[in-house]
Design a protein around this ligand. Structure first.
Ligand SMILES: Nc1ncnc2c1ncn2[C@@H]1O[C@H](COP(=O)(O)OP(=O)(O)OP(=O)(O)O)[C@@H](O)[C@H]1O
Ligand SMILES: [Mg+2]
Length: 365
């Protein structure tokens, strides 16, 4: 069980996590979904006891992540964003070594067991540097499972893998979710939908939506738009429908006229039907527009305006180089672009260093 209450993390001036609260329950995969720079890794590092929160509280398996971080670490398996691995060790030796650091007994048997769970038995004797990226990711996952923790925190385990390996890792995650409390981060909505029982959507350090994929869809459908298909002059139809008091907006779309209600809880369909029929147009179809979770996700992760000073501060510091991420939708969102670029930089240059740093961290623990 993971319980997070009003958790805040500031890096100097930058507030990466702004008072988030959520639970992750045993026997479920909880998806932590958000775009680059949303605060996923920051939150996960706090939950694994590697970094203290600025304020707020979180407990993992009943232990406070700050006050009792050693107890937390015993019960949590953590797959960090970039897996810290000793490249010259074989997969098995690395796992045995990690087991020894954690004070485990029978490390050989435990290493072989986790290698099997992640499907790497055949490469047990291979040096880590000769393994493919996906295989290294599995070694990272094996390392997280080694001490048989009840809670698993996996930071984007499928990133950078080929489609087949992505499917395999998702399968492993789903299976692990059955007998663990599993928190899994991703920025890919379809992945979250496939793998997770419960979704926590985070954007710019704040939770913007939470629930099962089905719940989220149902909730958003209720407030959703309506499609009208009728045989009649489109311009007149738009004018007539727009004049209905419960309608905020009507516009032409490929399939018909899309109507946005003024109040999400007041269904405008009866009035629309009446208006169409009164005008002598033949009503062909009148239905809620299917809401695609992808659209909802984009909407939610666009909605929250960045703290203006913070965004401009970072834009200044970055010198304003555009970057490829500057696609549609991210325009007004300077913070997100910055987040992505900083992370990119961290990955390009500092990956090896980062890995070594974390090895040290691990070694100390
Ligand atoms: N060590 C750090 N020092 C300063 N700022 C940081 C640090 N680590 C992260 N940040 C900032 O905190 C914010 C959240 O970053 P975080 O890495 O938690 O995001 P994320 O959701 O994991 O993103 P991604 O999907 O890119 O991994 C970003 O604005 C980032 O630039
Ligand atoms: Mg991250």
């Amino acid at each position: 069980m993971i319980e997070v209450r009003n958790l805040v993390k500031k890096y100097g001036e930058v507030t990466a996590v702004r008072g988030i609260s959520f639970d992750a329950k045993p026997g479920q995969v909880t998806g932590f979904l958000g775009p680059n720079g949303a605060g996923k890794t920051t939150t996960m590092r706090m939950l694994t006891g590697f970094m203290p929160p600025t304020s707020g509280k979180a407990t993992v398996a009943g232990y406070d992540v700050f006050e009792q971080s050693m107890e937390v670490r015993k019960r949590v398996g953590y797959l960090p964003e970039s897996v810290p691995l000793y490249r010259d060790m074989t997969a098995r030796n690395y796992l045995m070594y990690m087991g020894e650091i954690r004070g485990l007994k029978n490390v050989r048997a435990k290493a072989d067991d986790v290698l099997e769970r992640v499907g790497l038995t055949r490469r047990a004797q291979s040096r880590i540097r000769t393994l493919s990226k996906g295989m290294r990711q599995r070694v990272g996952l094996a390392q997280a499972l080694l001490h048989d923790p009840q809670v698993l925190i996996l930071d984007e385990p499928t990133i950078g893998l080929d489609p087949i390996q992505v499917l395999e890792i998702r399968d492993v995650v789903r299976q692990l979710g059955r007998d663990h409390t599993l928190l899994f981060s991703t920025h890919i909505l379809s992945e979250a939908e496939q793998v997770c029982d419960n979704l926590v959507i985070i954007n710019q350090g704040q939770i913007v939506a939470e629930g099962s994929p089905a719940q989220l869809r149902a909730e958003l459908e209720r407030g959703g738009r309506v499609l009208v298909r009728a045989e009649g002059p489109v311009e007149q139809m738009i004018a007539a429908v727009s004049a209905i008091p419960t309608v905020a907006h009507a516009e032409a779309a490929v399939e018909g006229v899309v109507v946005t209600p003024r109040d999400a809880n007041v269904d405008p369909r009866p009035e629309i039907a009446q208006v169409v029929v009164q005008n002598g147009w033949r009503l062909v179809e009148l239905r809620p527009l299917a809401v695609n979770l992808e659209e909802i996700f984009l909407e939610l992760t666009r909605q929250v305006a960045p703290a203006a000073e913070e965004a401009s501060e970072r834009a200044d510091a970055d010198g304003g180089e555009g970057g490829d991420e500057a696609g549609e939708g991210a325009r007004e969102d300077g913070a997100r672009e910055d987040g992505a670029r900083e992370d990119g930089a961290r990955e390009d240059g500092a990956r090896e260093d980062g890995a070594r740093e974390r090895e040290d961290e691990e070694a100390k623990s």
